[in-house]
Design a protein around this ligand. Structure first.
Ligand code: NAD
Length: 241
């Protein structure tokens, strides 16, 4: 990396939506920094893409990684995307699992935002995009109350940060519906039949692709100059049902 270039940080960048966001942001930023607990999964074949082994729940690891990026490029955008989910009923949901999901999905977003915000405010430029879910708006029959609670919390985090970090930093949120990623297809959240039934009932009659979410994230990062504190659903119309 060289001085005075613009970098975007993407968390949960090794898979699914995060990976598509990295691909998309390569067009808009000089560098993209990938924060994920799983690294080395993608051959980016691009010296402008940098992987950091970071657990977003760990403030020290996050601070070190942000400092490494900032020492050579200005962090102009943060996409808080890392998230986990697994189907569990209320009866089977134990407090440790609650803490684990809230820790990654909500605390993790605060931890990384807290680390990048001072630099953004000082430079007078920055955009943060938090990835929530329609589960935060309408609850989830499959994802567990801890998942929908974490995703509803992201709305409050987004709006609070938007108020505190303006006018220098814009903070917005996307709430995807079902998107074809490992989180969806390799978890116990949905059977294939249930997924097909859900998709057929959507106004757009299909689940989304990671690239379709990445396009909206990119718009909120580098366009959308008069938008802050907003939630954009990217859900094939699921909220209309
Ligand atoms: P995914 O499982 O494909 O990718 C998630 C990534 O996050 C993985 O690379 C994983 O290693 C990483 N990660 C997990 N815990 C981490 C931690 N503690 N620190 C750093 N990285 C960590 O999932 P996805 O479907 O691409 O989900 C991305 C985001 O989109 C999540 O926040 C998820 O809740 C949200 N979302 C997904 C869907 C969907 O249908 N796929 C719908 C709504 C919202």
């Amino acid at each position: 990396m060289t001085d005075h270039q613009r970098a975007a940080i993407v968390t949960g960048a090794s898979s699914g939506i995060g990976r598509a966001v990295v691909e998309r942001l390569r067009a808009d930023y000089d560098h993209v920094a990938c924060f994920d607990v799983a690294t080395g999964e993608n051959d980016w074949d691009d010296e402008r893409v940098h992987e950091f082994a970071v657990d977003v729940r760990d403030p020290d690891a996050v601070a070190d990684a942000v400092a490494a990026v900032e020492s050579v490029a200005d962090v102009a955008a943060l996409v808080n995307n890392a998230g986990i989910s697994r189907a569990v009923s209320l009866a089977d949901l134990d407090p440790d699992e609650w803490d684990r999901v809230l820790g990654v999905n909500l605390k993790g977003q605060y931890v990384v935002a807290r680390a990048v915000a001072p630099g953004m405010v000082e430079r007078g430029e920055g955009a943060i995009v938090n990835v929530s879910s329609v589960a935060g708006l309408r609850g989830s029959a499959t994802g567990g109350v801890h998942y929908s609670s974490s995703k509803a919390g992201v709305f409050g985090l987004t709006k609070g940060l938007a108020k505190q970090l303006g006018p220098e930093v814009r903070v917005n949120c996307v709430a995807p519906g079902l998107v074809e990623t490992p989180l969806l297809t390799e978890s116990n959240l949905w059977t294939e039949a249930a997924l097909a039934e859900y998709a057929a009932d959507l106004p757009l009659e299909r689940i989304g692709t990671p690239e379709e979410v990445a396009d909206v994230v990119a718009f909120l990062c580098d366009g959308a100059s008069y938008m802050t504190g907003t939630v954009l659903t990217v859900d094939g119309g699921s909220m209309l049902r």
